[in-house]
Design a protein around this ligand. Structure first.
Ligand code: CP
Ligand code: NVA
Length: 312
């Protein structure tokens, strides 16, 4: 039996495969826009979606992506499953693998994701962990390239908490060959292991504590919530992150050609002002839409291996 094609983290996959996924997503987006139906490549396939934490975009975009291509989904929450009563992740993986063709899971504990993948005989997709959010960054890359052309050689600034979404951006930087700058408070800096792995992979990664230095001359400014799922010390985080708010002054320093991205949900007038969210440089709703298209590319890649190649 061939090994399942898991989609766990960007840095675990070759750039060529990631580019192929983006191309499939873009092609399927064009078909959808033209209202051409794509002849049910996922017919008879089931995706289990396991959510230990809330979701709007990931849940709906995976559900629609699967169904538009002829497949079906089943939604599960940890609390409703025997997982919540102590059944192991490994046994859950073995059982679900007998029923469904792929498993998408949102779980904070990254080790739980890895354990699920190690024991599943079907592809496992990371729908967000505390460590990373690779599906989000696939949609982000698609969005950047739609607005600004190839990301190769460009400059991207992450401003704020060095969280899971940032980690997937850092993973993407050497694979897609762009410069990545991170501006964060010293107390909320990227994990040293992530920085070391990025350096080993040849990333052009610059970490600074000055948001104005980070955004100078960039093509894209990105931020995210100051309090991610599972974070504590809300007030402390707000105090540390206030100087990193993305507002008109910071966007002006980036320049008028820089786009603004945020994975959403946003906390308006906290990490980003309403003026920037709703302003001319913001592409946040294109980015949210692209979750759907990128998800189709990811699903096609994961499911394709077993089907002997779903050609899209
Ligand atoms: N961006 C993102 O993953 O959103 P949800 O939490 O709504 O899925
Ligand atoms: N960094 C955020 C992303 C939400 C989609 C979190 O982990 O809560």
């Amino acid at each position: 039996m061939t090994a399942p094609r898991h989609f766990l983290d960007l840095d675990l996959l070759p750039a060529s495969e990631l580019r192929h996924i983006l191309d499939s997503g873009a092609r399927l987006k064009a078909e959808r826009r033209a209202r051409r139906s794509v002849d049910g490549p996922f017919a008879g396939r089931f995706l289990a979606m396991v959510f230990e934490r809330p979701s709007t975009r990931t849940r709906v975009s995976f559900d629609i992506a699967m169904r538009e291509l002829g497949g079906e989904t089943i939604m599960l929450t940890g609390a409703e499953m025997q997982l919540g009563r102590g059944e192991t992740i490994a046994d859950t993986a073995r059982v679900l693998s007998r029923y469904v063709d792929a498993i998408m899971i949102r779980v904070l504990d990254h080790a739980a994701l890895e354990e699920l993948a190690a024991n599943a005989t079907v592809p496992v997709i990371n729908g967000l962990t505390k460590r990373s959010h690779p599906c989000q960054v696939m949609a982000d890359l698609m969005t950047f390239e739609e607005h600004r052309g190839p990301i190769r050689g460009r400059k991207v600034a992450w401003v704020g908490d060095a969280n899971n979404v940032m980690a997937s951006w850092v993973h993407a930087a050497p694979l897609f060959d762009f410069e990545m700058r991170v501006a964060c408070p010293p107390e909320l800096s990227p994990e040293p292991e992530l920085v070391a792995a990025a350096a080993a992979a040849g990333a052009r990664l610059h970490v600074t504590h000055d948001p104005f230095e980070a955004v100078d001359g960039v093509d894209c400014v990105i931020t995210d919530t100051w309090v991610s799922m599972g974070d504590k010390e809300r007030e402390r985080r707000h105090n540390l992150l206030m100087p990193y708010q993305v507002n008109d002054r910071l966007m002006a320093a980036a320049g008028k050609d820089a786009i603004f991205m945020h994975c959403l949900p946003a906390h308006r007038d906290e990490e980003v002002t309403t003026s920037v969210m709703d302003g001319p440089q913001s592409v946040v709703f294109d980015e949210a839409e692209n979750r759907l298209h990128a998800q189709k590319g990811i699903l096609a890649w994961c499911l394709g291996a077993e089907a002997g190649g779903v050609v899209l």
